[in-house]
Design a protein around this ligand. Structure first.
Ligand code: HEC
Length: 154
């Protein structure tokens, strides 16, 4: 009896692990397709696009705290964009929430969090939906200071 139970729970675990792997693979695939939108500024390799000696289009994702940290903060960046304050980059990080549904948002986040030298957790479409709900009170681009403040609250 005990052995049967043990076997059943082991089997159950591996079925769950397989399902998780499949879900992650699907999100990575969706993310890779939709990352095309990001690569114009962040580069196909996620290293950030630099035009000429000084003109930067976007930052690198390699080791990015926002990309690999609390996914709620990453989601806020995508949903609302970042308020442009300095002259380091040519354009702003624009709001992209309206152009992506929950699954695409989840895919692109999962892809960035698990590519370019990063290895962070998966973001599901349910998570993305939750983040939309969480941040719906914030309108317009968010300042870097606000992002730091929100990240510190967690
Ligand atoms: C038109 C150019 C452009 C596009 C397209 C773009 N970004 Fe950005 N992104 C930027 C710029 C510029 C910044 C830095 C903004 C600032 O600091 O003012 C930025 C910052 C970020 C950051 C914060 C990085 C950090 O560590 O500080 C993340 C995360 C991010 N972008 C994700 C994405 C994702 C994912 C996509 C595609 C869905 C995307 N961006 C599309 C220009 C772009």
């Amino acid at each position: 009896m005990k052995v049967t139970l043990l076997f059943a729970s082991l089997l159950g675990m591996s079925v769950q692990a397989l399902a998780d792997d499949a879900a992650k693979a699907k999100l990575m695939e969706i993310g890779k397709t939709n990352y095309v939108t990001c690569s114009a500024c962040h580069g196909p390799e996620g290293k950030g696009v630099v035009m000429g000696p000084t003109m930067k289009m976007g930052p690198s994702f390699d080791g990015s705290k926002i990309a690999t940290g609390d996914p709620a903060i990453f989601a806020l960046v995508l949903l609302n964009g970042i308020q442009k304050e300095g002259a380091e980059y040519i354009g702003p990080m624009a709001a992209m929430g309206a152009t992506m549904d929950d699954e695409k948002l989840a895919g692109v986040m999962t892809y960035v969090r698990n590519s370019f030298g990063n290895s962070a957790g998966v973001v599901t479409a349910d998570d993305a939906k939750k983040y939309r709900e969480q941040w719906k009170g914030i309108s317009g681009p968010v300042t870097r200071a606000k992002l730091t403040e929100l990240a510190a609250k967690k």
